[in-house]
Design a protein around this ligand. Structure first.
Ligand code: FDA
Length: 397
């Protein structure tokens, strides 16, 4: 066992938030050590955005975050904005593009973002030590004492940046929640967010033949939150950006509503097309608006009539409009942490300073990134929270 080592700041977790916190504190002249139990740093960054890392969103606003205290995110997001991070990406000459809805992705690879953070940490004099298990954390008179697989470490400021529970395969652990509880901080119940839905057995049987079909929809949860994005049918249920987004707002037992014809007035459209081609089947007509296999399946299931346009009465046309505009699905559940992009819930933000991320009842202890009860929408918002909260703590430690 090596002798006890002292650093002014120790950060546990070499992910997005931990590295941003480290480089910010390092540039302030603080002596910073980052510890991580993984073999590689920034593993979630590497796999994010399909390997291209959706590193921020141009439209980042506090309203794009779920948190039991919606005001909590404002200060950190205002002090380190999407434009600050974009500036860093540009200074490193990393090429990027907007994919859709303000979402910025690397042109080449997420590796560029990890390389950028590693370089910045080097320049800021930060030490990173991987493959280190933390076995205990205790408060001392001067700060904190950590027992680890690499010996004992002491520090004045301790930052917990160990992320949430999503993707245990990538090394996600409940470490951060345990430390919060150990120091008497409230941890709000956690669940999988930005995650595909599984279907109830009946619906699975009905719709699994549609796997691979994707279409634009507007999806709405019981709480009224809605998103206009793509719906994807899968072998296990439904996914795609629309479903991932709404999953963060869904509660077990609730249904979600899909407008399968967003922006289209079906009754008006029917009148026009019926006037042009009255003998056209509803199936062929609707296949101009929706994937043909979906229309065929809805007819097979008896959810839509197998008739020609001119055989449809006014009530029938109205009920088709209502059905397609409000297609209800009651998910059986979600695919859980195995495939979730984020974890809802976590360290209660009421326990933390929104300016510094320091625990109010345990001076010197900080929480940054996904470990806390802040979850962004899909689209680069979660990394922006990692950068902003990491920066806020990095300025304070
Ligand atoms: P993060 O999980 O990144 O880092 C935590 C670190 O702590 C890890 O290095 C881990 O090894 C370490 N650690 C954990 N337990 C430990 C322990 N007990 N001891 C020591 N170290 C420990 N977001 C976004 O904005 N755009 C995107 O494109 C994507 N894409 C995406 C794809 C996939 C597949 C997933 C799973 C997630 C995303 N996300 C995303 C979400 C994003 O990855 C996530 O919000 C951030 O990585 C959170 O950053 P943190 O630094 O808080 O945790």
């Amino acid at each position: 066992m090596s002798a006890s080592q002292y650093h002014q700041v120790i950060i546990i977790g070499a992910g997005a938030a931990g590295l941003m916190c480290a480089l910010t504190a390092g540039y302030r002249g603080r002596d910073v050590l980052v510890l991580d139990n993984a073999k590689q740093l920034g593993r979630k960054i590497l796999i994010s955005g399909g390997g291209r890392c959706n590193f921020t969103n141009q439209q980042t606003l506090p309203s794009a975050y779920l948190c039991s205290n919606p005001h909590f995110v404002k200060s950190a997001l205002a002090r380190y904005t999407q434009w600050d991070f974009i500036g860093m990406v540009e200074r490193h000459g990393i090429a990027f593009h907007e994919k859709t809805l303000g979402q910025l992705f690397c042109d080449d690879s997420a590796k560029d973002i990890v390389q950028m953070l590693t370089t910045e940490c080097d320049w800021a004099g930060v030490k990173v030590q991987l493959r280190t298990e933390i076995t205990s954390v205790e408060k001392s008179d001067q700060g904190f004492v950590l027992a680890t697989s690499a010996g004992e470490y002491r520090c004045d400021s301790l930052v917990i940046a160990t992320g949430g529970l999503s993707m245990p395969k990538l090394g996600a652990t409940p470490f951060g929640y345990r430390i919060a509880q150990q120091f008497g901080l409230k941890v709000l119940p956690t669940s999988a967010g930005l995650v595909p839905f599984t279907l109830q057995p009946d619906d699975k049987e009905k719709f699994e033949c549609l796997a691979g079909i994707s279409l634009p929809v507007t999806v709405t949860a019981s709480c009224g939150q809605s998103f206009s994005e793509a719906l994807l049918f899968t072998h296990r249920g439904v996914s795609g950006p629309a479903v991932l987004q709404i999953s963060s707002f869904w509660k077990p037992g609730e249904s979600v509503s899909f407008d399968l014809l967003p922006g289209i007035d079906f009754v008006q459209w029917y009148k026009t097309i019926n006037a042009e081609s009255p003998k056209l089947s509803l199936k062929n007509a609707l296949s101009r608006l929706l994937p043909k296999r979906l229309v065929e399946r809805l007819i097979e299931l008896g959810d839509l009539p197998d008739k020609n346009l001119n055989q449809l009465g006014k009530t029938e046309v109205d009920s088709i409009a209502a059905y397609l505009g409000n297609w209800q699905l009651a998910p059986g559940g979600t695919e859980g942490y195995r495939t979730a992009e984020v974890t809802l819930g976590g360290v209660d933000t009421d326990e933390l300073s929104s300016k510094t991320m320091e625990a109010k009842r345990c001076p010197g202890l900080y929480f940054v990134g996904e470990v806390m009860d802040v979850t962004g929408w899909l689209g680069g918002y979660n990394f922006q929270w990692a950068w902003s909260s990491g920066f806020a703590a990095g300025e304070a430690v």
